[in-house]
Write a protein that binds this ligand. Structure first.
Ligand SMILES: NC(=O)c1ccc[n+]([C@@H]2O[C@H](COP(=O)([O-])OP(=O)(O)OC[C@H]3O[C@@H](n4cnc5c(N)ncnc54)[C@H](OP(=O)(O)O)[C@@H]3O)[C@@H](O)[C@H]2O)c1
Length: 256
């Protein structure tokens, strides 16, 4: 059984995965910005960890000790056209989804490299491979995250560390509904918001994502690098793969 550190375990996918992995007998180190949010999770260890704060990450990892698997899950999204999104909102999103994820990975990599084993699983999204208008900042952050992940996979793979990115479509976590929306009624891009419904249709459950995490841990280094979750993710990513790279993917269905 593995010792698994999960970031963003207070709610949503992180919480469901902490519960599911604990139920399978793994030693879960559940972490959250507000550790009291973990009170009702039956984890082996519960630690305060804010991925945007180096001192918080250092302190949590010092207390965690051995980490066999890092589930880098903490993240959020935002909705706004790139013409009008406040740049601070873009910075904050990258700070959490990219730099935060890299910061925690940097924290566990030395011990994994020295042991010659370990697994890092990054929670990406189908948007790690294409962009959806009004959510492009998130897509950009997830694509940067996948570039970090692919680089670490090659660099640290040499030392026995395996790296994977999970790509869920819409998830029933409530995370998307918590997105900060920068779209006043008079914003000229507002009508585009009505086009996004299909991307929230047929969401996968947090339990399905937790199952995918568990299967990735079971498969270890044999697991694929990119792992789409559910049929919606598989079909849209297959369509993206088949589409020409020199044209705009999704431009026609999202014309307005
Ligand atoms: N929901 C979707 O449709 C969907 C689809 C594809 C991929 N994903 C990805 O799945 C992951 C989890 O999302 P979710 O849907 O479960 O969202 P969620 O329910 O909003 O959970 C996000 C988690 O991240 C934590 N977090 C936020 N800022 C943090 C920070 N600075 N340090 C540590 N933790 C922090 C939150 O903690 P607090 O309680 O402290 O805010 C919360 O535990 C994200 O990476 C997201 O991009 C989600």
């Amino acid at each position: 059984m593995a010792r698994i550190l999960i970031t963003g375990a207070s709610r949503g996918i992180g919480r469901a995965t902490a519960v599911a992995l604990g139920g399978k007998g793994h030693e879960v180190i559940a972490t959250a910005r507000d550790v009291s949010m973990l009170d009702d999770i039956p984890a082996a260890q519960k630690l305060q960890l804010d991925v945007t704060d180096q001192a918080s990450v250092d302190a949590a990892l010092a207390r965690a000790g051995r980490v066999d698997v890092l589930l880098s899950n903490a993240g959020s999204t935002v909705r706004a056209p790139l013409e009008t999104i406040p740049l601070d909102a873009v910075r904050d999103l990258f700070e959490l989804n990219c730099f935060g994820a890299l910061r925690v990975a940097q924290g566990v990599l030395p011990q994994m490299r020295e042991r010659g084993s370990g697994q890092i699983i990054f929670m990406s999204s189908i948007q790690g491979r294409f962009v959806i208008p009004l959510i492009g900042t998130y897509g950009a952050a997830k694509q940067a995250l996948e570039a970090f992940a692919e680089t670490i996979a090659i660099e640290a793979g040499h030392f026995g560390v395996s790296v994977h990115v999970l790509q869920p479509p819409a998830v029933t976590s409530g995370g998307a509904e918590r997105a900060q929306v920068y779209l006043d009624d008079d914003n000229p891009y507002r009508p585009l918001l009505d086009k996004l419904g299909p991307f929230r249709a047929a969401p996968v459950s947090v339990e399905q994502v937790a199952d995918a995490v568990a299967a990735t841990i079971d498969a270890g280094s044999e697991a694929a690098f990119r792992i789409p979750i559910g049929e919606t993710a598989k079909s849209i990513l297959a369509a993206r793969k088949a589409a020409p790279d020199d044209a705009l993917f999704l431009a026609a269905p999202l014309a307005w």
